[in-house]
Design a protein around this ligand. Structure first.
Ligand SMILES: O=C(O)CCC(=O)C(=O)O
Length: 217
């Protein structure tokens, strides 16, 4: 099954479309890669500030009506409105190109703030069979998620790693992105956001879908 894949994977520095990136490390199976310099410090700041305008000032669990909190996803989150903040669309298109995937098969950025005590229990980013059968999350139109990039917009003071059940614990580095692919609902990619002990943790998720209904039109 075709899947997003970074343009380069050897550890070290690479150039792509006039920007420099580094691969800190990369695993072939399941496909996981930690890429640095995906965002500048200024872009990270702009995304955090934009999200703060949208996130209610009072502390709210993410999507209180969606049941996501019962999955252990706590903190505050929002989906980017690219018309209001065009940088979010620029980043989506830039990362889609880097991952060699059509940008119209990527969801808009999902920005999330974890405060101390917040985290996300072990989960998969893909939608299960029942969700796909019901067409939840526009799965009838766009298919399932097949890959993710978690962009780290800052570094928490303590805690807040992204932790994979297969034994990987990834510390957030500002501007870096953790790419992982899971075509066909690969169960090995079970992961969690460890509880933030001190400071805040900010991420932006970019999720890649199988298709776009306008493909080929
Ligand atoms: O916060 C993290 O490190 C993981 C986030 C995550 O898995 C998600 O938002 O789906």
């Amino acid at each position: 099954m075709p899947c997003p894949e970074p343009f380069f994977s050897a550890p070290g520095k690479h150039e792509f479309q006039g920007r420099s990136y580094s691969v800190a490390w990369s695993l072939p199976q399941p496909r996981i890669a930690y890429l640095e310099n995906l965002l500048t410090a200024d872009e990270c700041r702009q995304l955090r500030e934009y999200a703060l305008e949208e996130i209610p000032a009072t502390h709210q669990p993410v999507s209180p009506d969606s049941g996501e909190e019962s999955l252990g996803y706590t903190g505050d989150g929002m989906y980017a409105d690219e018309a209001r903040h065009p940088l979010c669309g620029d980043i989506r298109r830039r990362l889609a190109a880097l991952m060699q995937w059509p940008s119209n098969r990527c969801e808009v950025l999902n920005i999330h703030r974890y405060s101390p005590g917040n985290g996300f229990h072990a989960h998969h980013d893909w939608f299960d069979e029942d969700q796909c059968a019901a067409g939840d999350y526009q799965t009838h139109e766009y298919g399932n998620r097949v890959a993710s990039v978690i962009l780290y917009l800052n570094e928490p003071e303590e805690g807040g790693s992204t932790s994979f059940e297969l034994g990987l614990d990834v510390a957030p580095k500002q501007g870096a992105g953790l790419f992982f692919a899971y075509p066909g609902r690969d169960p090995r990619i079970l992961h969690a956001g460890s509880t933030v002990a001190r400071g805040e943790k900010w991420i932006a998720n970019l999720w890649f879908r199988e298709r776009n209904p306008r493909d080929g039109k």
